[in-house]
Ligand binder design. Structure first.
Ligand SMILES: Cc1cc2nc3c(=O)[nH]c(=O)nc-3n(C[C@H](O)[C@H](O)[C@H](O)COP(=O)(O)O)c2cc1C
Length: 255
């Protein structure tokens, strides 16, 4: 860790109930990925240590860490408080990767958005060596659905190798794009296929979504919820950005 000279909270950032100038000092610069990312723009780096808490947020020149002497302090951006993350003890995001299959680019675009927001690698399943997945603690799997309820082609080719993995102790989150009007009975069925494969391999699947707001149903609905994040750029493109954003925020606490 490198340490910086004392400073103040950069302008434009809210420190909640705390004064940005009187009590905050600029702390060490930390590799945010190594320290763990928790929520929104700000990242809580670790739980209180010796009565201090350490918080960071990405800014254009990197990740700046602020140190405050008061337990329970929080910092946020855009009005989002991070006290909740703080109270949860600052769990770091597991070592995660996004793996996607996409034929016309819709799922690829979502995969890249998710990977960028979580600052984790993203790989096209068509280019993936299954051995490369073993070192990850969490896999975010994306696939579109083709035919009538079939996995995207590259995913279909990869599935036999994927099914041989042991995913015991690992977490899996699923997302996918589909068309709930043209294919109302097989809407995002790929999520259901990947869900079954992940559960069979011993993974814990997180990131389910309520069915509210969707007309399509199919294999991806279990116990009244989608097993992952369903997206429909064919009919509800205006909802995609918000759905992705909300899902990412929930995932941060589930991964
Ligand atoms: C021939 C064809 C079959 C499709 N079958 C389904 C389907 O069964 N279920 C579904 O939800 N979407 C289905 N879709 C819609 C695609 O999954 C959707 O357009 C998706 O966003 C494509 O994503 P990609 O570009 O990442 O492959 C189908 C589309 C086509 C053209």
């Amino acid at each position: 860790m490198k340490t910086q000279a004392p400073g103040v909270v950069p302008p434009g950032l809210s420190t909640g109930a705390l004064s940005p100038s009187s009590t905050w000092t600029r702390g060490p610069i930390v590799d945010a990925g190594a320290a763990g990312r928790i929520g929104g723009v700000s990242d809580l780096l670790c739980p209180p240590i010796g009565g201090e808490c350490f918080l960071s947020f990405p800014i254009s020149c990197g990740s700046l860490c602020l140190k405050h002497q008061t337990e329970g302090a929080f910092i946020g951006s855009g009005g989002t408080p991070f006290r909740k993350s703080f109270e949860q003890g600052g769990t770091a995001l597991k070592k995660s990767i996004v793996l996607y299959g996409s034929t016309t680019g819709a799922t690829k675009a979502v995969a890249e958005t998710i990977a960028e927001a979580l600052q984790i690698p993203v790989v096209d399943v068509a280019q993936c060596d299954v051995k490369d997945l073993e070192s990850y603690e969490a896999l975010l799997l994306g696939s579109s659905t083709w035919g009538f309820g079939e996995l995207q082609d590259d995913w279909a080719a990869f599935l036999p190798a994927f099914e041989k993995l042991s995913l015991k102790g690992k977490k899996v989150a699923l997302f996918g794009t589909g068309d709930q009007v043209g294919f109302s009975d097989t809407f995002v069925d790929a999520l259901g296929i990947l869900y079954d494969a992940a559960v069979k391999a011993g993974a814990e699947v997180v990131g389910s979504c309520p069915v509210d707001g969707y007309e399509g149903r199919g294999l991806s609905v279990r116990d009244g919820s989608f097993v992952g994040l369903p997206l429909d750029d064919n009919n509800q493109s205006e909802a995609t950005a918000e759905r992705v954003k909300g899902w990412i925020e929930r995932l941060r606490s589930e991964l």
